[in-house]
Design a protein around this ligand. Sequence first.
Ligand code: GLU
Length: 519
Amino acid sequence: MAENSKPIRTRFAPSPTGYVHIGNFRTALFSHLWAKHNGGTSILRIEDTDQSRQVDGAVEHLLRIMKTMGVEFDEGFYLKDDGTLAERGSHGPYLQSQRLELYQKHVGELLASKKAYYCFCSEERLEEVRKEQIALKKPPMYDRHCRALSEEDVQTKLAEFAGQGKNPVVRFAIPEGKTEIHDLIYGDIVYENAVLDDQVILKSDKFPTYHLAVVIDDHYMDITHVIRGEEWIPSTPKHILLFQAFGWEAPAFAHAPLILNPDKSKLSKRQGDVTVEDYLNKGYLPEALVNFVVFLGWNPKTEQEIFSPEELVKAFELSKVNKSGAVFDVNKLDWINGHYLRAMPVGDLVDLLIPYWHRDGYGVFDEQGNVTLTHLNKQLSKQYLIDIVELEKERLKKLSEIGERVPYFFKQPDVASVAELLISKKSSAELTKQGLEMLIEQLATFSPADFELATLETKVKALIEQQGLKNIDVLWPMRVALTGLAASPSPFEVASVLAKHLGPEAVIERLETAVSKLK
Ligand code: GLU
C-alpha cells in the first residue's frame, strides 16, 4: 500500500481504440477526481502495446472528448490550441511504444534472475495443450513446458530461433504461494498462485504485454493509486507478483464496480449505446453526463444529486465507491440532462439545438440563429426559436429530440393523416366542426394584440361559454389542428407563438385546413 505521505498520483491508461467507452470514462473521472481531491497529479498514459489494434488519430480523438467532458490531465498528452498533440510532465514518455527499451531492459533482469523464462512453444502446441485441458474440464493455462528446459536447451533453441529470424516470447515464472490484494473498494482478496498463468510478458515482436508494461510504468510514473474497472481484478495478483519480482512497492488498488444494464447484464454494445460519443451525439450535455457517470458506483451518501465540477472534487472519496454493480439507468440520465437544459439561458439552449434542427432538415439556419422556413420561404429571427424553446424546455430531455417534439413550427402539420384525432372521444364530429368554425370566425376579428397568450386564452374561453360549447369541443381540435400531434403544449401557447411570428392568418389557415378534413 502506498504511504499516505506520498503525493497522490493517479493514471488513466486507455488503449487508443478510437472511442471512449462509458466505463473507461468513469475510470478517467474517478482517477482524475481522486487526484484532484488530494491535491495530487492525474496522468494520461496511452497503452499502445497491441500494435495490431492501432487507430489513426485515436489519441487526438480521446483528448477532444476528455476536453469536452471537462477532464484535463496534468501529465501526458494534451491538445495544443491549434489542435495538435503535445506531451507534458517529468515522467514521460507517456506512450508505451516509446518506452520499449525500458521494458526490454527489465525483462532482461527477470531472465537473469530466473524470474522469467523464454518460451519456444509453437501456436499449434499451445492449442493442443488448451484443448486437452478443456477436455479435462480444467481452466486453460500454459503447462510451463519451457520453464523446465535446461540452460543448454535454451541456448540451442535461441540459436535455432535466431537462425530463422524469430524471437521467442518471454513468460513470467509465477512463484509458489499466495498473493493478497488489499483493494480499497473490494477489500482483501487472496489468490492461490497455482491458479495464475505464467503470463507472456514480452511478445515475439519485442513489445511488452499489458501486464508487464502496466507494472513498469506505474512504478516509474510514481503512481500511488491504480483506479480501474472490476474486470482488472484477476490481473491484479499478476501485477503484484511482478512488483515483488522487481523489488518495488506496489501502488494501492481500487477497482470500480461493473456497469450493468437495468436487467443486470453487463453493459454491452448489443443492448445499446456504450460510448461517450453516442451520448454526446444524442444531445446529452457534457455536464449532465459527468454528473450521471460519477454516480455509477460512487455514492456520496447525501441527498445532493447535482454536483458542479468543483463540488465533485471536494466530495469524491474512494471510500464511498460501492462494490455492487452500478446500474446504467437512462431515465436518470434524462432527468439530470433535463435539469441542466432548463438551468441554462434559453438563448444558449437554442444555439445548441440549431444543429439538431438543421440535421433533421427543419429549415435553413444562419450564424445569428435566424431561420428560413423553407415551405413558406420566410425568414424569422432567433426570437422565434427562443419562443418555441420556452414552450418545450420543461419537457425536453435531450437536444436530439427537439425536431420531433415541435415539427409543426417548421412545416404545416399533416392534419389529413390525423383527421380522426381532431375529434375528441368526449366530443362529436358535429360539435368539433361547430367549435372550429366558431373559432375561425371569431379569430378573424381579433387584433394581433389579442393573440398575446393571456388575452387569447381569456377571450377564447369566454367565447366557448357564450356559444354553449365545452372546452373539449374547441380546444382539443384547435390544438390538433395547429400541431397535428396527440401531445403538445396548449393550443393558446402554440397559437400565440405562431401568430406573433407568422401572423394571425397562419393560425386561421391551419384551422381552416382542419375543418376541411372533417366529414
Ligand atoms: N490499457 C488498459 C485498458 O485499456 C488499462 C487497464 C489499467 O488501468 O490497468 O483499460
